[in-house]
Design a protein around this ligand. Structure first.
Ligand code: ZN
Ligand code: ZN
Ligand code: ZN
Ligand code: ZN
Ligand code: ZN
Length: 596
């Protein structure tokens, strides 16, 4: 599709003229208007309709396979197959007959076998709402009563440990901790600094994204809205694709973006649009046409803050002003993105978004917004991962990419190849915690996917420069710290815990009031605890292991010259703890403590 546009322009020898004219344009809206006026774009950028409707046949076929799995006691498989059956079943009013209610009823039985009693009760209620056949009612009523009995026997699970606590929030940047402040310089733009010492484990940010999208590969068992893994997906009433973890998520989606996206979701996914394009589309469909008109009519407040001075992640002002690096991009790059923006506009025009209104200027404005997002999202959006848990080998658990989100406060953190914080996700909610002591006045830095211990200086540069347009000058980059395998594992070099100068046994034994033997003894004791906490982690006893890792990290940083390999090991172990607490594909089992 995009290649056809360029081939056509080439065949007409228009490339040179167009790149000259296009290259001279200075705003995204002008670029979008220009592309919209090209005949070749009009001819080839036409998203074809690819609507996928529900189907009783599909639904019944999934249910039959689900029944086979159920009889073989493969209850997890059965739950997934019944979920597919539910998603494909037409509504009763659309000639679906009993397909939907029966599939809910069957899934409730499989959930019961998995001891998911609360989910089972919800599914029974859904079956009843969808008019479960009266002749079978006694079965589900009996099952519901059994769920109640089982639930009474369990104490309410202690989950507080797994749920992050909201820190005191910053006066202006509402999702940031009050331990941080936002500073800026001409060269670096805005970044985050510590206004006091921040200890390992402290939460510095909890943020819901302005918008997030789920990758299609995860559609079958994750919430389309909040990205959470779910055993009880409930579908959109119209399409078989979008599934939600709860009625609340479904209602929010239907009232906002999904009423528009539903009919074009399939087209979008069969186009060449990547996840950033899907996210750009969502950033627009999340808002009403009227609200975009209002935004266009206003002057944008500075720095993405609202007129009341607050910087809120749910405020489009924070997204619209993210840097696009348009000046750093070659003309072909910009033109390609502009054609994609036109594609997204055409797709949007196939929905009810514009409510029948034909306002050419608003259309160009929205295409301009798409173009701006298609430039800013690749360097500001974040991947939302989930840990694919291997219960028999925690250390071999692999991250799986669930989707992507745009987090406006998170995107203010600068990069370091030796970051001070780690991101974790609960659904699409991002929780950022310190993974080392961050001293007052120092930057609180994140990592953009290039760690010094796993990537060489050149690899890091080659990754960061084209995507983020900067050269890193962090400590590992400036001092060329070694890769993990080359980091010193031998006897540590101790520091005075007060003046932070290195102490060696031969020349100094006392510095300030520190004595090297005392430091060494304190460290050795902590190291023993660290080794045993490592065993706890491998057995998934996160609650025991986590505080030890935090203490040991702080101690190493205070006493030992870095880089030193045990620091990396301890930091990795800590990150693993956080991953286990956030999105993981068997998280419900972990939370109930019954799979290990
Ligand atoms: Zn949800
Ligand atoms: Zn839908
Ligand atoms: Zn660096
Ligand atoms: Zn000293
Ligand atoms: Zn999952």
């Amino acid at each position: 599709m995009f290649n056809k546009v360029t081939s056509k322009l080439k065949s007409e020898s228009k490339i040179d003229g167009i790149s000259k004219e296009f290259g001279a344009l200075s705003s995204d809206q002008d670029r979008a208007s220009y592309a919209l006026s090209l005949a070749a774009v009009e001819e080839f950028i036409r998203p074809g309709p690819l609507v996928q409707l529900k189907s009783v046949e599909h639904s019944l076929s999934f249910k039959t396979t689900g029944n086979t799995a159920y009889r073989a006691s493969e209850y997890r498989d059965a739950v997934q197959l019944y979920t597919d059956s539910i998603a494909w079943a037409p509504m009763l009013t659309d000639g679906g007959e009993d397909a939907l209610s029966l599939a809910y009823g069957n899934r409730s039985a499989a959930l019961y076998q998995l001891q998911q009693y609360e989910a089972c009760i919800r599914d029974i209620d859904r079956a009843l709402t969808e008019q479960y056949p009266p002749r079978l009612l006694h079965k589900v009523f009996h099952r519901k009563a059994m769920c109640r009995l089982n639930l009474e026997q369990f104490e309410a699970a202690e989950e507080s440990f797994l749920q992050p606590n909201q820190p005191d929030s910053h006066d202006q940047y509402v999702s940031l901790s009050s331990a941080c402040s936002v500073a800026s310089t001409e060269n670096e733009g805005r970044f985050i600094t510590a206004v006091r010492n921040i200890a390992p484990g402290e939460i510095v940010l909890i943020e819901k994204p302005f918008a997030s999208v789920l990758l299609r590969a995860n559609y079958s068992n994750h919430c389309h809205h909040c990205l959470k893994h779910t055993l009880e997906g409930i579908p959109c009433r119209t399409c078989p694709d979008a599934r939600f973890c709860s009625e609340a998520c479904r209602d929010t989606a239907m009232q906002t973006y999904h009423q528009y996206e539903c009919s074009v979701l399939n087209t979008l996914h069969h186009s060449q649009i990547n996840k950033f394009g899907c996210l750009a589309f969502r950033a627009i469909t999340k808002q009403s046409y009227q609200s975009l008109k209002d935004i266009r009519a206003q002057d944008l407040p500075l720095n993405g803050c609202h007129s009341d001075g607050l910087y809120r992640p749910q405020d489009y002002n924070t997204i619209i002003q993210l840097v696009t690096h348009a000046k750093d991009r070659p003309v072909q790059d910009l033109f390609h993105r502009t054609v994609m923006a036109v594609y997204l506009l055409k797709l949007l025009q196939q929905t009810s978004y514009f409510n029948g209104e034909e306002d050419v200027e608003m259309q160009a404005y929205i295409a301009g917004l798409f173009l701006s997002h298609l430039q800013s999202f690749p360097c500001n959006a974040h991947e939302v991962p989930e840990l694919y848990l291997d219960p028999n080998a925690i250390d071999l658990s692999m991250p799986n990419e669930l989707g992507a989100g745009i987090y406006s406060t998170l995107s203010l953190f600068n990069h370091s190849c030796d970051p001070g914080v780690n991101r974790n996700f609960y659904g699409d909610t991002c929780v950022v915690r310190a993974i080392k002591t961050i001293r007052k006045g120092h930057q609180v830095s994140d990592n953009y996917g290039a760690l010094y211990a796993t990537n060489t200086l050149k690899e890091r540069h080659d990754k960061l420069q084209p995507q983020y347009f900067f050269s890193c000058r962090c400590e590992p980059c400036s001092n060329d710290w070694p890769l993990y395998q080359k980091i010193n594992i031998d006897s540590p070099r101790y520091k005075c815990t007060q003046c932070q100068k290195e102490m060696t046994r031969d020349d100094i034994t006392n510095c300030c009031s520190s004595n090297i033997e005392e430091i060494r003894a304190k460290f050795n004791k902590s190291e023993v605890e660290f080794r045993s906490a490592f065993e706890d982690l491998l057995a998934c006893r996160v609650e025991e292991a986590l505080p030890v890792f935090l203490r040991h990290l702080a101690l190493i940083q205070e006493m030992i010259v870095l880089p030193w390999r045990q620091f990396n090991d301890c930091q990795e172990a800590l990150k693993q703890c956080y991953s286990l607490m956030g999105n993981s594909n068997t998280s419900c089992a972990l939370h109930n403590g019954n799979i290990f």
